[in-house]
Design a protein. Structure first.
Length: 298
């Protein structure tokens, strides 16, 4: 169920509030462009600055807008296990297909603490779990051995690996005995290598603004056509880089606004508006990917 190009959705704001109609239009456009799944309220959705009510509302909006056309993997991660369980219960109630759970950021749990965190979530709610390993954001890294333990939990459905360590995917494939789990990269710039190591897809930031290209790239990888996949990867590579020149999702929200996909590039503090230099870098990358013409990027 969880494969191909899944978009780590931005949360558009308008005058400080969630732009609900804009968000629904954005989900529709994503699906029309060939996106294989959507992931609301993850890091790219600015979850740390959403209230609990807003967080739940965005999940509900995503499920409603998707209308079962593609899977919805709802962000439900928290450094409080009880809060993560509450968000997971809500996601199940409104019809999400799975939840995405990060590690205990700031708390810095041990490997045993990480295992017990995911076990508690799996035991509490009967809904598939995608385990999100992102040491750059969460400080802690889920070792391959711990991930193999987590994979034995009844509701384990897959991994979003944002370590950019390509060896990790092969280690997971060798150590995880469970069949049918989804291996998803959370790092666009190394997606080509990840897929060559046996990946199933990506939870992508870039697909917010280039969903058709990202979906085509994933389809080529899954067919084993890495020559053509590399051509698309190189078309997208400047964009993968430019969207992280400053802290994400500020650059990708600017890119989405620049393409007319959202009404405002607004982020919530402590994320600042992007600088003029970043705007130029993003526009140049959009031009390289043929999403805007070269003159418009000047």
């Amino acid at each position: 169920m969880f494969k191909g190009s899944c978009t780590a959705l931005i949360t558009p704001f308008k005058n400080g509030a969630v732009d609900e109609e804009g968000f629904k239009r954005f989900v529709d456009w994503q699906i029309e462009q060939g996106t294989n799944g959507i992931v609301p309220v993850g890091t790219t959705g600015e979850t740390p600055t959403l209230s609990h009510d807003e967080h739940k509302r965005v999940i509900e909006l995503a499920v409603g807008a998707a209308r079962k056309r593609v899977p919805v993997i709802a962000g439900a991660g928290s450094n409080s296990t009880d809060e993560a369980i509450d968000l997971t219960r809500f996601a199940k109630k409104v019809g999400a297909d799975a939840t995405l759970h990060s590690t205990g950021y700031y708390n810095k749990p041990t490997q045993e603490g990480l295992y017990l965190h995911f076990k508690a979530i799996s035991d509490a709610v009967d809904l598939p779990i995608i385990v999100y390993n992102v040491p750059a954001r969460a400080v802690v890294d889920i070792s391959a051995a711990t991930m193999a333990r987590i994979a034995e939990l009844k509701n384990f459905a897959g991994i979003k690996d944002a370590t950019a360590n390509l060896a990790r995917q092969s280690q997971h494939r060798l150590m995880i005995r469970r069949k049918g789990w989804a291996a998803l990269t959370g790092e666009d710039s190394s997606a080509l290598g990840f897929m060559a190591h046996g990946g199933d897809g990506a939870i992508s930031v870039t697909s917010n603004v280039a969903p058709r290209l990202c979906a085509e790239f994933q389809a080529l990888c899954r067919k084993g056509d890495f020559t053509r996949a590399r051509e698309l990867h190189e078309l997208l590579m400047p964009l993968h880089d430019a969207l992280f020149v400053e802290t994400s999702p500020a650059p990708v929200k600017f890119a989405a606004w620049r393409l007319g996909l959202i009404e405002s590039a607004e982020c919530r503090l402590p994320l600042a508006p992007v600088t003029d230099a970043t705007k130029k870098a993003v526009e140049a990358a959009l031009s390289h990917a043929r999403l805007i013409n070269a003159k418009a990027a000047e």
